[in-house]
Design a protein around this ligand. Sequence first.
Ligand code: NCD
Length: 307
Amino acid sequence: MSDFPKNLIQADDLNSEHLKLIFDKAKYFEDNFTNTIQNGEHFPDLKGRTVALAFFENSTRTRNSFELAAKRLSSDVLNFSANQSSLAKGESIADTIRTIDAMMVDIYVVRNQYNGTPAFIASITNNIVVNAGDGKHEHPTQAILDAYTILKHYGKVDGLNVSIIGDIINSRVARSNITMLRTLGADVKLFGPGTLLPRHLNCWNAPIHDNINDAIEWSDVIILLRIQNERMDSGLLPSISEYVKFYQINVANFAKKDKIILLHPGPVNYGVELEHNASKLHNSMIDRQVTNGVFTRMAVLSLLANR
Ligand code: NCD
């Protein structure tokens, strides 16, 4: 039994050695994709196991990539969506998990709009729990796929300058990325409108750029975030046109620099934080992040299930 954690709830559950295991395993799945999956076979890592996808909130990339990851590892998959379950009739999360536990699943992949739901589920089940995004708290597998994308491009993460730009305060992606990128030795700075920055939260402790051009100039990597209207208290932004003027990445500002890559977890609000044409530049990694999301989630599921 290794010291790999039982559950993945937040970025600091993983140290740099755990992350190296994940990246090596993801690379193995990537390198062997053609002679396995495209050859009509599956990897055996989760044979005989069942993964329950418990998504209490909408998702395209994360849910689908976890489903593909589990299936490509030979697992059975239970797709559990909250609005079609008895949760909608008022059944509690605890009773719901007790019911699914009784069907003998092995791994829960949980997304929920409330901070702390995956940790709560981990406290009431003996099964493995993976956080697929909880409220404004954390989204650790997004940070893993982002780091893997950076690693594949630069051959390292250590020593790189990474800027996270946009709606930081409402972003679980930012929270996980700040922790994980620092674990891997990157230097992290933030940028966005004052009302969307965690200036008052000392624990984030990241320097803030003065303007978008300085951010681009300093960075090897930019992680751009969506304006999270569904998580925003009203009145935090004066106007979208002002946001576009001061905070948008577009061809005019981004193409000025050669050695830089652009990441965005999606979904993108095109025309707001990112100009559509800028997403098609050669150094935009947005589609590669999605591809890497499947390989890295395969690695996470395999390592958690076989520790
Ligand atoms: C993110 C999420 O849902 O937290 N997207 C994702 O998982 N790919 C970011 C977002 O919704 O803006």
